[in-house]
Design a protein around this ligand. Sequence first.
Ligand code: AMP
Length: 116
Amino acid sequence: MNIDCVFCRIAAGEIPTTVVRETDTTLAFRDLAPQAPVHVLVIPKEHYADVATLGQADPQLAGEVLATAAAVAESEGLLADGFRLMFNTGAYAGQEVFHAHAHVLGGAPLGPMLVR
Ligand code: AMP
């Protein structure tokens, strides 16, 4: 655990959040500032700075993050109409929290993939 990392502190139960789903290795919780009717973040409980680092260091855990994201999409009723799964990575993507996380976005048409 990285004590300076807000998502490590959420995973440790030190910062309150609305948990949507939890496994031994992953946690899904609602985004504090939702950008869509459904906006859930899925993290590995173990700290990795971003999804590239996670995917290279522990592909199995990366797969578990995807499996949790898929289960969230199902339980939030997103499978019929579709959803977006997004991993902001690094400065060009505007990553704000440097603990790997997937955004599960849905519940309405989401518009173009990129705003230019
Ligand atoms: P990113 O720009 O991909 O790093 O996204 C970070 C996301 O974390 C943003 O959508 C924030 O709204 C969200 N966020 C930051 N702090 C919290 C928190 N304590 N609980 C839930 N979501 C948070």
